[in-house]
Design a protein around this ligand. Structure first.
Ligand code: PLP
Length: 372
């Protein structure tokens, strides 16, 4: 008897390589240093934790379906219209909803070659065609993106700064991209790491979204605000795009504890300011120290560094990764991003950073000594 045929996903779904998050554990019970997911080393503001606990008293109630208190707090901090903000269960959800609303079979969506992996997944999940634009020096290249535009193009995803490279596009370049893209192409500026950027020529997208009908900026509470586990993201949109997202999102897509903790986190700007300043200090210090070891570092505007290892001599990225694992240190392998010779390191606590430096000093010198 022929086996009964069960339901099949839509064409394209099984072509998706599932997203593999950064490793978070190693065999054995000893603690690990986990620097593989770009989480803040400081955790959330204590007032966010307090608000989260306080929300436990109300778990039987549905949350405010439009996350209004959170949208109002975001709007107040950034000087935005709360009606143009849509909150989501992480910015992941919003990126997926944008793909859901604006892409379908036959459409194309562009992202940069070493762009955040979720874009390709979101595009394929809609039956649309992903188009990877080449980068220049591991940085999104506006001309290369424009060269990929066809009559089928409906959407462009740019992570600015990008994960896993840490590089960013200047506001002038983003503006030029918007100006040269057809007006019916949606430009999504994923600014998950915006808070960490300290560059005069950077702007996360607020100005462009305010002034154009076809650009969206997404942000997250998972990085600087230390609330990755609560899943909170937001999108700042033109009114018609906010309307489309609000029609298709889950009616209670952000939980009550998440709304409460997010509002409290925004109020404690001194906590996030200190985390930003700490990051800036270590970003510069680590970049210099690694370069001194012969490990290449892509200049980063974010809270992580892309480390480049030699392609041989016992000093490859997989060998460095194993060496670090033996010392209970977990960085992020980035082969799926097309970067087989690199590892991505989140900037951690002082002790964690020093442990990585010490381990890589030993790794690079042990293996260069072995070659002599
Ligand atoms: C560039 C970029 N965008 C979006 C996200 C998603 O963040 P979340 O869904 O936690 O808001 C990440 C997470 O690593 C990221 O690196």
């Amino acid at each position: 008897m022929a086996a009964a045929r069960g339901p099949r996903p839509r064409p394209g779904v099984l072509d998706i390589a599932p997203y593999v998050p950064g490793t978070s554990a190693l065999p054995g019970a000893r603690p690990v240093i986990k620097l593989s997911s770009n989480e803040t080393p400081f955790g959330p503001s204590p007032s966010a934790i307090e608000a989260y606990h306080a929300a436990a008293g109300d778990l039987s109630r549905y949350p405010d379906g439009s996350a209004r208190p959170l949208r109002e707090a975001i709007a107040a901090l950034h000087g935005l219209d709360p009606a143009r903000i849509v909150c989501g269960a992480g910015s992941d959800e919003l990126l997926n909803l944008l793909a859901c609303a604006y892409l379908g079979p036959g459409d194309e969506a562009i992202y940069s070659a070493h762009g955040f992996l979720l874009y390709k997944i979101a595009i394929l999940a809609r039956g649309a065609t992903p188009v990877a634009a080449p980068e220049t020096e591991l940085t999104s290249d506006v001309d290369a993106i424009l060269a990929c535009v066809s009559t089928q193009t409906r959407l462009v995803f740019i992570a600015n700064p990008n994960n896993p490279t840490g590089t960013y596009l200047t506001f002038d370049e983003v503006r030029r991209l918007r100006k040269c893209l057809p007006s019916d192409v949606l430009l999504v500026l994923d600014a998950a790491y915006a808070e960490y950027v300290r560059k005069n020529d950077y702007e996360p997208g607020i100005e462009l979204v305010t002034g154009s009908p076809n650009t969206v900026m997404t942000r997250t509470f998972s990085k600087l605000y230390g609330l990755a586990s609560l899943r909170i993201g937001w999108a700042y949109c033109p009114p018609s795009i906010a309307d489309a997202l609000n029609r298709i999102r889950g009616p209670f897509n952000v939980s009550g504890p998440a709304i409460a903790a997010g509002v409290a986190a925004l109020k404690d700007q001194s906590w996030s300011q200190a985390a930003m300043e700490y990051n800036e200090l270590w970003r510069g210090g680590l970049t210099e120290s690694f370069a001194g070891l012969g490990v290449g570092v892509t200049p980063s505007a974010a809270n992580f560094l892309l480390l480049h290892f030699p392609n041989g001599d016992g000093r490859t990225a997989p060998e460095a990764d194993k060496f670090l694992h033996d010392r209970r240190i977990i960085l992020r392998r980035v082969e799926e991003y097309g970067l087989p010779h690199a590892l991505r390191m989140t900037i951690g606590t002082e002790d964690e950073n020093r442990a990585v430096l010490e381990a890589l000093t030993a790794f690079m010198s042990a293996n260069s000594a072995a070659r002599r």
